[in-house]
Write a protein that binds this ligand. Structure first.
Ligand code: PHE
Length: 488
């Protein structure tokens, strides 16, 4: 309606000099008119120029008096013709209105404040203040002296009013044309295409958000670790078997068969198929011997090693099972120095809580070469962890059945300002390496850590179940940053 009014008026008239005036003449809300003007101006149907005017507007107090009368009149009207005690009068009127109204009424000589009674001095009064306020409200011109008086009583304030003056624009038409956004089959059939005007392309418009796939947080951090390993010249081990035999998971790693980790409380054993089909028999024999009676200077464990235990299938408890397969293969193929890594899933029969799941991802690295020392191990770790932003490392003696010495690795977390445990490490024992057939002087340094822990630190996740498993919030995964730099 407002649009028709503007375009229609401009068809017959040169200009609309004041949108405010136009709005009140046409009975249109000025805000609504303003919106229409902006749109018409945007499409160049009209040319709009800003106009500003200072005008008077009622304050809240002013608005109150414009509707319910000035305080002085309210006080006057509350006095009956026979008079009233001050006390009773006060009760009839709101305290703030009474205070102002009384003094104004006295000033106007409308009332007499007798000792006992307040009485009217005139029969009739006119509410000039209320009338003036209504005039101001209606934007009528009033005497500057009255303006002054209202201003002093803080019943009106000056306000800047914004409006427009309008003329025809270069694309003026008495009716806005609807632009076509699509060329349809009907347009072509009916020949309408000849007269249609098409909406211009807006190349600056933002498109629909792309709802494509996205990487899970763990995959993003896995990629970062992978890049670190690759930059350091490591090769990836094939970890594509979740099911492993106890032999490769434990026995090959010189882990005795009565070790508590081999209990079903700690490890998931498979029911079908419950046992492995093939193991390298000659190597199995050497492993059995080293467990039972030692060799190569070791005393072994001195117990009866059982093949049935080694055959049992399980969900691998660590990717070190793969490392043992790889080292055995390396010995078989003829030893050459190697750097291997893997990042993949492992399973432990554990109670699930905020920081533990029954399955997680293990990052594993190993370096094998002749004559490696503890110094090499510390050097490799400094290199590896400094690439994650961990520059300060500390080591604490630990125990693993397959490493000697074994060390827990701690890193100083600059963000948390404390030492945090970041991994487990060690040099594989001769009892593990020599039965494989590796040369005597070959040493293997190895370490392992979880992928979940650094990911939780990097992405500020404090419950592992928000990261992994059926409770993961996919929206959160989508909104995560593309990557995070450094572990701090
Ligand atoms: N397998 C160990 C673990 O599960 C990690 C590790 C790997 C420790 C290699 C030492 C050497 O915690």
């Amino acid at each position: 309606m407002a649009e028709e009014a503007v375009l229609g008026f401009l068809e017959k008239n040169e200009e609309i000099s004041d949108s405010g005036q136009f709005a009140s003449e046409q009975g249109i809300d000025h805000q609504e008119l303003t919106n229409v003007i902006k749109s018409l101006h945007g499409f160049r149907l009209v040319v709009a120029q800003d106009i500003k005017r200072e005008r008077w507007a009622l304050t809240n107090e002013g608005k109150m008096y414009a509707s319910s009368g000035s305080p002085e009149v309210q006080v006057f009207l509350a006095i009956p013709s026979e008079g009233i005690s001050l006390e009773d009068l006060q009760k009839k009127i709101d305290a703030s209105v009474f205070k102002i109204g009384r003094s104004q009424a006295i000033k106007n000589q409308w009332v007499e404040m007798g000792k006992q009674l307040v009485t009217r001095k005139v029969h009739h009064v006119e509410d000039k203040v209320k009338d003036l306020l209504i005039l101001v409200q209606d934007e009528k011109v009033i005497d500057p002296k009255d303006i002054d008086a209202l201003k002093r009583r803080k019943l009106i304030t000056s306000q800047t009013w914004k409006g427009y003056s309008l003329r025809k624009g270069p694309c003026y038409a008495p009716k806005r044309k609807k632009f076509a956004t699509d060329l349809t089959r009907e347009n072509l059939q009916r020949g309408e295409w000849k007269d249609l005007e098409f909406k211009e392309y807006n190349f600056l418009a933002k498109g629909q958000p792309v709802d494509g796939g996205c990487l899970h947080t763990l995959l993003k951090v896995r990629q970062q670790f992978k890049m670190i390993f690759l930059q350091m010249g490591f090769e990836e081990m094939p970890t594509n078997n979740f099911v492993e035999s106890s032999f490769w998971n434990f026995d090959a790693l010189f882990q005795p068969q009565q070790h508590p980790a081999r209990d079903s409380h700690d490890t998931f054993f498979l029911q079908v198929p419950s046992t492995t089909k093939t193991l390298p028999e000659d190597y199995v024999e050497r492993v059995k011997n080293i467990h039972e009676s030692g060799g190569h200077g070791s005393r072994g464990y001195g117990y009866d090693w059982k093949r049935e235990e080694a055959d049992k299938n399980l969900l691998r408890t660590h990717t070190t099972a793969v490392s043992s397969r790889m080292l055995y293969q390396l010995a078989k193929d003829g030893f050459v120095p190697k750097k291997y890594f893997s990042i993949d899933r492992v399973f432990r029969n554990e109670a699930v809580d905020r920081t533990h799941l029954a399955e997680f991802h293990q990052i594993e690295g190993l370096v094998c070469d002749r004559g490696l020392t503890l110094g090499d191990l510390i050097g490799v770790f400094n290199d590896f962890f400094s690439r994650l932003g961990m520059k300060k490392l500390k080591f604490k003696p630990a125990y693993n059945p397959y490493t000697e010495p074994s060390m827990e690795i701690f890193g100083y977390h600059e963000g948390l300002k404390k030492w945090v445990e970041i991994g487990n490490s060690g040099m594989f024992r001769p009892e593990m390496l020599l039965p494989m057939g590796l040369p005597e002087d070959v040493r293997v340094i190895a370490w392992g850590l979880s992928l979940e822990r650094p990911t939780m630190i990097l992405y500020g996740v404090d419950n592992i179940r928000d990261l992994f498993g059926h409770k993961v919030d996919l929206g959160l995964i989508k909104r995560n940053p593309l990557c995070r730099i450094g572990i701090e």
